[in-house]
Design a protein. Sequence first.
Length: 296
Amino acid sequence: MNHKDYYKIMGLNRDATEKDIKTAYRRLARKYHPDISKEPDAEEKFKEMAEAYEVLKDPEKRRTYDQYVQDWDIRQKANYSSQQGAWDLGKDSHQFSPDFFESLFGVSSFREQPFAGTDYHSSIRISLEEAYQGAVKELRIASESERLGAQTLRVKIPAGVKSGQQIRLAGQGAESRRGGPRGDLYLTVHIDKHPIFDVKDNDVYLTLPVSPWEAALGSTIVVPTLGGKVDLKIPPGSQGGQTLRLKNRGLPGEKAGDQYVILKIVIPQPATDAARELYKKMAEEMPFNPRENMRV
């Protein structure tokens, strides 16, 4: 058989990274899997793609393949006869023996190898507290057999999981129709919006309302975090919009995040005559122009 260009089969350049190869494999597996594809030549393309992936995913096999192809190109050019204007198809030509790939890489045409079942993809919603602490969630999924009905799976949510991250449940995909293993179930995590916390990467943000006197005089305020309540010291003379940091109070991970507290000064309404008099007295005692720098 003629030279197989594994890179072309996978739609890759020769300098493709391991990540590129894995991404291409997943894309082509979904496109050509015999159990789901309606293309007439899907099975043959799937076999070719699986054979190519088996070689390219292994650094040692890939180096051997690249070297052989390079040698093949050299032989191909050397065997070209300018006098004949045609390719020399002698026994030492550019053709590979049918057993070449099986003997060199331990792979054949995959014609008799079983295929794994189709992977399933779904999603799971969790709270921010569950993302922080980790959790075990129950998920009901429909069975392929009506006789068995729906089944319940216990899904372990790791602490520090991010929105958009995938959790793999091995062997919970479709059954194989060719004697292979079951596919896997991939769950994409979605974290529900929290009523008071916002999240960016591993950091947590909280807008904290404070009174004018707490900001002006300083105070110690009990602040909620995902790990429980903590005391936060508000420095005297704090301003609205000022940000204070609680170290390592964000989401866990390889590097734990922090919690950032943004101060929001809330002005109480003077509901009584005495309260209004206090505001007037404060204005007299503290002649302060917050727009001084605006020169208006």
